[in-house]
Structures are given as C-alpha cells and as structure tokens.
Design a protein around this ligand. Structure first.
Ligand code: AMP
Ligand code: MG
Length: 419
C-alpha cells in the first residue's frame, strides 16, 4: 500500500476550520491507492466483481447477416412492382442455414435469426406475402436491405465492449457470454475488518442492562460492505478500554486492507482513542462541516487504511456512503460511477442553519399528476435509524443553504444509486 502522509488536522476546538465534504473526499482520494492484484475467474463468479482488463470482442456480433423477421429472403433486384411473385426454393431456420443457391426469381422461407443466404439481401415479412404451392406473391413497397441484421452490426471484432474498472452487472455476464468468453480477469477481493466500540453496546442474544443498546452498526456495515463484494472480518464489540482496543486494531491491521470502527471519535471519547491511534499509526481526526456525521478519523495503521466513523447509526451510513464507499471503490480499482443526483420539488419546508452540508432523509413519491417529488421522513436525529429505513433518498442541502421553503426544488441522491 502507498506510503501514508499525514494531512493537517481540523480538530480545532473552535470549529473554525471544519473541512468541507469535498475537501475531505479529496484528501481521502489522494491517500487511497489502487490495488493491483487480480485473478482469473469463471464468468458466473465475476458478478459484482471489478474487471481488471478490458473485454475485447474476439468476433462480430451477430456473426452472420441474418433475418430480423419471420418471412422470406429475396434478391432486391427482383423487386419490380408493388405486386410480384417468386418461387420458394428452400427454408432457413435459426441454427439451420439454407445451403443451396437462390437464383433470380427465387426466394427462400426464412425464420428470425436464420442466416441470410449470400444471394439474398432483403427480407419480406410473412404478413405481406401470400403463399401458394411454393409460389409467393409479395404486396406493398419494399426497400433493399430491410429487416436484415448485418454481421458486426452490434459489435465489431476487436471492439472494447466493457472497460477495466467496470463492476460487472447481470447484463455484462450475458454480454461477455455472447462473445463466447467463459473466464475473465477481476480485481482481487478487498478484506475489511470492522468492530464497534462502546461499553453500552450489547450483541444480539445478550441481556440489556439499564442504558445498554443493541449494536446495530455492525449489521448496517455488513450490508453495505457485502453489496460492494468485500470479504469481511466482523470483530464484534470492543469495550472503551485501551488494551482491548489496541489489540483489536493491531489484529485488524494484520488481516485487512481496511479497518472500520464505529463510535468513540466524538469529542467526549476522542482524546484517548486519539492517543492510541497516534501510537499505532498515522490517523487524523477531522471535523467535517456536515450533518449527520461530523467527526471522522482517517489514516493508516500498519499497512491498513483506517476509518473511524461516528457511533450514531445514521452517521455511520452517511459517512460510509460519502467517504468510505468512494475510497473502497478506488482501492478495488472500480471506475467512478456516474453522479445520480436529481432535482425534484420538496413538498415540505426544511429548517437548516448555514455552515454545514446536511443529508436529510427523504421519500421520493409520485403526486396525483404523476410528478416525482420528495418529502422528509420526519425527525432527522442522527440516532434514528428508522429515518433511513423509511427513506429512499438523501435530500442534499448545501453548506450555505439556510432552509428550504415548501414546494421548492432540492437536490436528491436516490438510494438506488448507492450500492
Ligand atoms: P459515540 O460516537 O461513541 O459517542 O456514540 C454516539 C451514539 O451512537 C451513542 O448514543 C451511542 O450509544 C450510539 N452508538 C455507538 N455505537 C453504536 C452501535 N454500534 N450501534 C448502535 N448505536 C451505537
Ligand atoms: Mg461511544
């Protein structure tokens, strides 16, 4: 992994120099390398994996000129009026070409996908033909080359059909298969180790004492990492104590490319976590001008990248999607996906103070006229995971925005655009 150079920290107590989201992203992007390891894998196993090399077509698609319709293959030089007759001398089925000769005044019956004989250049749809004792009468106007699919029309031999860095989708598997390719080169899987910190956290199955809560962050993290096709090491809940935390971080750094922790990076707990991280690696504590998800720790422990996310469940998801996902994608060599934000009318008024970027949880819906609009999910506290569950998008409110009046246009990021 590339040498990590620490960046100036923004953990100043006055919050004067809080990092903008873009600046934080840029700093992260600068420090995250791209892994070069890759391996060969059978096509089916390549679903959701990142391509290491371009897929170049070894053949024309379609391979032969063929018919786009059920009908008759003719020689266009035989078209002499709106009503003419030809002799049918054979039939071509998909997978069973007609091997004979088609002379002037002759035609063959041809099915969709069947190879077009070299002698023919035009297809007549069967609906425009009357057939009687191997003689067909053709009605209407016809154009040379109609209903013919030409060899190489979709893909020419040597064309790049998918670029390196592409995360393979179901359609890609089909496309690659259509070229007769059964194995591809993909980037190696990333390994991410994660754990939760907090003395109040209990795992499912344990009894909750007063003040305890169930650890939900490890489950959302599991889901988000799984979607990215990442191998995971779930290290459970680590108490807020130096020795177990040190041990967990060291163990994680031995086994993973990336370590993600949640909790323990806000002002209340940061001091000694900071001390520990300074001892083990190079980690900066950033205050980001955003809500939710203000505190974020980022750096390196041994050879592993480290993300210390805040503890609040919504903050975890927001900071993961905004900072960790792009970093993981870069690490695994994935090309940057297109921006999926869109502008829609927000039917609710939203109160907001300028000075920080807000990710409000929104619900995209269709009004009675069929127009897509957005409303907020209600309470927006960063501990309210249900606000994420009810939502299907983030409403993006820029740093300088000082509130939104009802029925004005806002930017939204649909969850479907996030993995
Ligand atoms: P912290 O960042 O550690 O101060 O935690 C902020 C808030 O998030 C506190 O209310 C914690 O109880 C809560 N929290 C921290 N970690 C988790 C977790 N793994 N699952 C659910 N809630 C958490
Ligand atoms: Mg805590």
């Amino acid at each position: 992994m590339a040498e990590f150079t620490p960046q100036p920290s923004c953990a100043d107590p006055e919050d004067k120099n809080r990092l903008s989201i873009d600046a934080a992203r840029q700093r992260i992007a600068k420090l995250v390398p791209t892994l070069t390891a890759w391996h060969h894998c059978p096509l089916r196993d390549a679903l959701d994996r990142v391509l290491h090399q371009d897929i170049v077509s070894p053949m024309n698609v379609p391979a032969h000129n063929n018919s786009a319709m059920d009908g008759y293959a003719i020689r266009s030089s035989d078209i002499n009026s709106d009503n003419f007759s030809l002799k049918q001398v054979g039939t071509a089925f998909a997978g069973h070409p007609f091997k004979g000769k088609v002379d002037t005044g002759e035609c063959i019956r041809i099915m969709t996908g069947a190879v077009l004989p070299d002698d023919c250049d035009t297809i007549i749809m069967q609906e425009q033909v009357e057939s009687n004792d191997n003689v067909i009468t053709i009605h209407g106007k016809h154009r040379q080359g109609q209903h013919v699919r030409y060899a190489g029309e979709d893909i020419k031999t040597g064309a790049t059909v998918l670029g390196a860095g592409r995360r393979l989708m179901p359609v890609d598997l089909g496309l690659i298969a259509s070229l007769g390719i059964g194995e591809v080169n993909v980037k190696r899987r990333l390994r991410v180790a994660f754990f939760s910190t907090g003395d109040e956290l209990k795992s499912i199955g344990e009894t909750l004492e007063a003040g305890d809560i169930y650890d939900s962050n490890r489950y959302t993290l599991y889901g988000m990492l799984k979607r990215l096709g990442i191998d995971m090491l779930d290290m459970g809940v680590i108490p807020d104590q130096k020795a177990p935390l040190r041990q967990a971080l060291l163990e994680a750094s031995e086994h993973a490319d990336v370590i993600i922790t949640t909790g323990g990076v806000s002002v209340g707990d940061a001091d000694y976590v900071k001390e520990l991280l300074a001892e083990l690696g190079q980690v900066d504590f950033w205050k980001i001008a955003m809500k939710p998800g203000r505190p974020l720790a980022f750096g390196q422990i041994n050879q592993a990248l480290f993300f210390g996310l805040p503890g609040n469940p919504v903050s975890v998801m927001v900071t993961f999607y905004q900072f960790v996902t792009p970093a993981l994608r870069k690490l695994m060599g994935e090309a940057t996906p297109p921006n999926t934000t869109q502008q829609v009318i927000c039917t609710d008024a939203i109160r907001k103070r300028p000075g920080r970027f807000e990710y409000q949880r929104g619900i995209l819906f269709e009004d009675e006229q069929g127009q897509t609009k957005v409303k907020i999910t209600g309470e927006q506290g960063s501990g309210i995971l249900r606000s994420m569950s009810m939502a299907n998008c983030f409403i993006l409110l820029e740093e300088q925005c000082d509130g939104v009046a009802a029925n004005t246009v806002v930017n939204v990021q649909p969850f479907s655009g996030l993995i």
